[in-house]
Design a protein. Structure first.
Length: 271
């Protein structure tokens, strides 16, 4: 079993919902990322989603776009992100790490080289947001032999055919985008989310994480009541941005925020 499969099996056995925080690697400075990853785990993160900086982040809203710009300005490349994961693995061999990003940096490195180096660094999976399932065969052919899971997005507009297609190629978990639009947009309609998750689960047996629109403990608890994982990105990155001139304070500030989310999620799991 992969680290992702193992972690979700453990959570299922404990009747707990996963907490998956997202941060952009290298934001606001490269030396913050690894301590921040460790602090997030200490605060209750079950998996970590690590954003790979890219110049044209079309799926991301203004908050994460600015984070990407800061990381790129600091010179952070895909190889630097892999080095961060390798450094994280020196102390943490259990927490799954999923890279979220775009195809271009992988193509520049070469998919075969990327797959080998990512696996060696300790990456567990990838969410490549601009590669649809119809075009995933070549990338999957390189990543899967290296043991890397491929995570895919589903949206409120995904129909049965699309859900089935993604169910046929996804591994690890699937990421349900709870609101229409880019990251940081919209408000959660938890009834609509629950109805869509029921539709997804009729065709996909993998765990389903829900992200976009989760801003605080209350929204995290509502999602935890229906999902296998609560994914939080913009609310974290926004807090990083507030402290960009005080980078030493970032790990503890994000840790405190995640601890609040963890408490709310655990309360929803055990009402």
């Amino acid at each position: 079993m992969s680290r992702i499969d193992t972690r979700f099996a453990q959570l299922r056995a404990e009747s707990r919902t996963a907490l998956i925080p997202f941060v952009t690697a290298g934001d606001p400075t490269p030396d913050v990322t690894v301590p921040l990853m460790h602090r997030m785990v200490a605060a209750g993160a079950d998996l970590i989603e690590l954003g790979v900086p890219f110049s044209d982040p079309i799926a991301d809203g203004p908050v994460i776009q600015r984070a990407t710009e800061r990381a790129l300005a600091a010179g952070v490349s895909l190889r630097d992100v892999l080095a961060m994961v390798r450094a994280f693995r020196a102390e943490d061999t259990e927490t799954p790490v999923v890279l979220m990003g775009y195809l271009n940096p992988i193509e520049i490195m070469g998919a075969k080289t990327f797959a080998a180096e990512a696996a060696a660094a300790g990456v567990d999976g990838c969410l490549v947001v601009d590669v649809p399932p119809e075009e995933t065969a070549d990338l999957a052919g390189e990543l899967r032999p290296s043991g890397l899971d491929l995570v895919y997005l589903l949206a409120p507009t995904s129909d049965d055919e699309r859900i089935a297609r993604i169910g046929a190629v996804a591994s690890g978990f699937v990421y349900y985008v709870a609101v229409k639009g880019v990251t940081g947009a919209g408000n959660l309609d938890i009834d609509a989310v629950a109805a869509k998750l029921a539709e997804i689960r009729r065709q996909i047996v993998l765990p389903v994480g829900v992200g976009f629109g989760i801003k605080d403990g209350a929204s995290a608890a509502r999602v935890a009541a229906v999902a296998d994982a609560v994914i939080v990105g913009s609310a974290i990155v926004e807090r990083v941005e507030r402290l960009m001139d005080q980078p030493a304070e970032i790990p503890d500030a994000i840790g405190a925020f995640l601890a609040e989310l963890r408490q709310a999620i655990d309360a929803a799991d055990n009402p």
